[in-house]
Write a protein that binds this ligand. Structure first.
Ligand code: GDP
Ligand code: IMO
Ligand code: MG
Length: 449
């Protein structure tokens, strides 16, 4: 199958096979770190292709199997299956230095047999991006966003101001030189404005030409690869990064990332028509976490937060920062389900809630004396929202070994049903531990993927 994708890279399409291709989307539906890596890896074992369509190495996706834990930043979570074609598509901002480091780390962990392609149209993260990210955060002081300082915002800014360099530019040294000179003329002024040392053209040029030698063979028009996969009998998995509440359009602006993690951005970010997007799995923790600044209506500051943080090892994969903890927010879940067209929830880290006497779910917000059922547009108003909770019985049993829904304690089942009722979206998957094997597949249609 995979050789078919590659061999037919520029082939005429076989329309008779249209119906045979299947697509599945894995998208974050809270503030990121929901467990997308685990779910993507779970399905990747059966997928012919895994596509990352936005974000960059601000993501940290953990995958665990056979007793080993892996952490990925910009490389798709299908990398562990040698038969899966992994694509870093045009909607990403690709830091080639970080990609090389990630590949080296994977090699050292014994992952040497993989397929990886990078879009020639993907925006390239350049050395000035992380410098400007850090400087701009420092300048903002208390109003900082709490970015990962990977240069994601500045890289997307350059893309949209049409000053950016793209991965494909590496394949044409003369053109790359021209683009780099033009960009540095402006960027060095910006760096100086922040009191930073300007970058030396020749040094950057030489560094990136070395990078081109390593990554060059992987750079191609990935939209063609995906299109060929669509028109053959391929199973394609789209792996979102971040989460919908960090979306540049629909998230808690300005405390967001600079891309749109939703299924809605796949078409543009992967270079395929919107009609090919189907089967959306919204990954959501059984509670909520957030790393970085910005309003978080159900945030907890008590002993329960501490307990959940320690039990769930809630520390950032990329920055190591402690994650903020809160109860499951059904207002957020309804909102993101609607915006991303979520067909099923993958309810993650369910085991972490075991042992609590009571569990709470936020069903609405009180704002200016009124009950509101969707997040307001400004963080100013969101910060004033008071969560309205229902309280449910907790469960004491260890559920990490449960293999089916039926094996879950009654109180845990009631919690799952309540989430379905409040969000109008079915729970298709329940995750009861970080390992690939600790996954309860409920949905028959997801089982069939
Ligand atoms: P992602 O960014 O959405 O891929 O999520 P991260 O990998 O950043 O964070 C999720 C964390 O939860 C990782 O450390 C996972 O290994 C872990 N994890 C995933 N699912 C489960 C689960 O069901 N139970 C527990 N205890 N940990 C989980
Ligand atoms: P995954 O894919 C959690 C957060 C940062 C910050 C804001 C902006 O692992 O779920 P950025 O560096 O993107 O400009 O930072 O977004 N953020 C994430 N939080 N998980 C992520 O990715 C995140 N990627 C960015 O903490 O608040
Ligand atoms: Mg993460």
């Amino acid at each position: 199958m995979n050789s078919k994708i590659l061999n037919s890279q520029f082939s005429i399409l076989n329309s008779q096979l249209y119906h045979m291709s299947e697509r599945l989307v894995v998208t974050g539906s809270q503030w990121g770190d929901e467990g997308k890596g685990k779910i993507t890896d779970y399905f990747a074992c059966r997928a012919d292709m895994v596509v990352r369509y936005q974000g960059g190495n601000n993501a940290g996706h953990s995958v665990m199997f056979d007793g080993k834990k892996y952490s990925l930043q910009s490389i798709p979570s299908g990398i562990f299956n040698p038969k899966t074609v992994n694509v870093m598509a045009n909607g990403m901002v690709v830091n080639p230095v970080s990609v090389i480091a990630e590949l080296e780390k994977l090699h050292n962990q014994g992952i040497t047999d993989y397929q990886l392609y990078i879009s020639d149209r993907a925006a390239m993260v350049m050395p000035w991006h992380s410098m400007l990210d850090g400087a701009s955060e420092n300048l903002k002081g208390d109003a900082k966003i709490g970015t990962t300082k990977k240069g994601i915002g500045p890289a997307y800014t350059d893309k949209y101001s049409r000053l950016g360099l793209r991965m494909g530019d590496l394949l044409d040294p003369e053109y790359f030189a021209e683009r780099l000179k033009a960009a540095l003329e402006v960027k060095n002024m910006e760096l100086k404005m922040y009191g930073l040392e300007p970058l030396d053209y020749q040094q950057v040029y030489d560094q990136y030409m070395e990078i081109a030698k390593i990554l060059g063979p992987r750079i191609c028009d990935t939209s063609l690869l995906i299109d060929d996969a669509i028109h053959s009998d391929a199973k394609i998995l789209f792996e979102g990064a971040q989460g919908m509440m960090l979306c540049i359009d629909h998230g808690t602006y300005p405390y967001v990332t600079s891309s749109c993690p939703s299924a809605a951005s796949i078409s543009q970010g992967a270079g395929i028509a919107p009609k090919w997007i189907e089967n959306v799995v919204g990954v959501a923790k059984a509670y909520c976490t957030r790393v970085g600044e910005g309003p978080f209506p159900t945030e907890l500051f008590d002993e329960t937060a501490h307990e959940i943080r320690e039990r769930g090892h809630e520390y950032g994969t990329v920055t190591g920062r402690p994650r903020r903890i809160g109860w499951f927010d059904a207002v957020v879940a309804r909102y993101t389900s609607r915006l991303a067209g979520i067909d099923y929830w993958a309810l993650m880290l369910f085991d972490v809630l075991s042992g609590l006497d009571k569990v709470k779910i936020c069903i609405g917000y009180e704002l200016d004396g009124q009950e509101v059922m969707a997040p307001p547009s400004t963080i100013h108003k969101l910060a004033q929202c008071k969560p309205i909770y229902i309280e449910m019985e907790g469960w004491k049993e260890d559920i990490t070994g449960c293999k089916s829904y039926d094996e879950l304690p009654e109180a845990a089942k009631a919690y799952v049903r309540k989430i379905e009722e409040l969000t109008g979206t079915k729970v298709g998957i329940i995750s009861v531990g970080p390992d690939r094997s600790q996954t309860i597949m409920i949905s028959e249609s997801l089982k069939a993927f």
